[in-house]
Design a protein around this ligand. Structure first.
Ligand code: AMP
Length: 200
């Protein structure tokens, strides 16, 4: 199976690019942000708890997101693999994902990390906030807080995957098409080589 973790700070373009890569490589796209927003729209108790945290730019608990992923992976489906978007966001989530995939006789193939300058992230999130109406993209203080949380809790995953030889930084500046091309080339390079022979 080809299991991709699409990684990067808020505003790096993970959602947009994950949809495109899922189409190109025939993968099932799993976005924890989308799953949480579905819970909010359905007005569930989980959605109420998550919504309060999301609006403040905080992470939702590991327990909640891990159980959502567990439920998604249990759904029977015929696929060549998954693309995880916005998950994992903590080391505990990455460890849980490894365990869950092992249960399914699979593993993370590669972590593609979109590298984007902070100023560009803030610009992109502001623009998205104006068009999508997402509260967490509107306030500069919330955006900055999300980037701080990324640096503190999520960026340690770079080391986590690098230690396993699975970390691939991808230039994430430029047009959507240019970034898609960078990602596609990286996946193809990875996809056609046996795992042990992959180099950065
Ligand atoms: P995203 O759509 O990936 O930008 O996620 C929007 C928000 O949902 C994040 O700022 C978090 O509050 C929450 N969220 C999404 N995925 C996770 C996750 N894996 N762990 C914790 N919180 C998450």
């Amino acid at each position: 199976m080809l299991n991709l973790v699409l990684f990067g700070p808020p505003g790096a373009g993970k959602g947009t690019q994950a949809i495109l890569l899922a189409k190109t490589f025939n993968l099932v796209h799993i976005s924890t942000g989308d799953l949480l927003r579905q819970e909010i729209a359905a007005k569930t108790e989980l959605g109420r708890v998550a919504g309060e945290l999301i609006d403040k730019g905080e992470l939702v608990s590991d327990e909640i997101v891990i159980s959502m992923i567990e439920a998604r992976l249990k759904k029977p489906r015929c696929t060549v693999g998954f693309i995880f978007d916005g998950f994992p966001r903590t080391v505990a989530q990455a460890q849980a994902l490894d365990k869950l995939l092992t249960k399914h006789h699979s593993k993370v193939s590669v972590m593609l990390c979109l590298v984007v300058e902070k100023e560009e992230l803030i610009n992109r999130l502001h623009i998205r906030g104006l068009t999508s109406g997402r509260c967490d993209d509107l306030e500069t203080s919330t955006i900055e807080h999300r980037i701080d949380i990324y640096n503190e809790k999520t960026s340690p995953l770079i080391k986590y995957y690098d230690t396993q030889g699975k970390y691939f930084p991808i230039h994430g500046m430029g047009t959507i098409d240019e970034i898609t091309e960078n990602l596609t080339q990286a996946v193809k390079r990875f996809h056609t080589k046996p795992q042990a022979a992959v180099s950065k």
